[in-house]
Write a protein that binds this ligand. Structure first.
Ligand code: FES
Length: 108
């Protein structure tokens, strides 16, 4: 099931800033990289550190707890390069609203 949720206004995040959001209990980080917004899972794959509280450099985010680093574009880990990833979510802009799309698995 596709769920579209307005989570911010376009001007809320300046380039280089991140924001923590929650959609139906799902923790998500929103990042502004040179004017383009990316949404990805907020929980680090190591021990669950909040990536939105970490450091955003260009298109990478570094976890504040132990330094694991991910691409905000793909969610793939860069440090350590072991093929882990956090989920990524589509971001759409409608008028002044930032909308994050979450694809929930269908339930039976
Ligand atoms: S919890 Fe993120 S690096 Fe350890």
């Amino acid at each position: 099931m596709r769920e579209a949720t307005a989570v911010a206004r376009v001007g809320d995040l300046k380039p280089g800033q991140m924001k923590y959001i929650v959609i139906d209990g799902l923790p998500i980080a929103l990042a502004n990289v040179d004017g383009t917004l990316y949404a990805f899972g907020d929980s680090c794959r190591h021990e669950g550190g909040s990536l939105s509280s970490g450091v955003l450099r260009h298109d990478t985010v570094t976890c504040p707890l132990h330094g694991w680093t991910y691409s905000v574009r793909t969610g793939k880990s860069i440090v350590p390069p072991v093929g882990l990833r956090v989920p990524t979510y589509a971001v759409e802009i409608a008028d002044d609203a930032v909308i994050v799309i979450v694809e929930w698995p269908d339930t039976v």
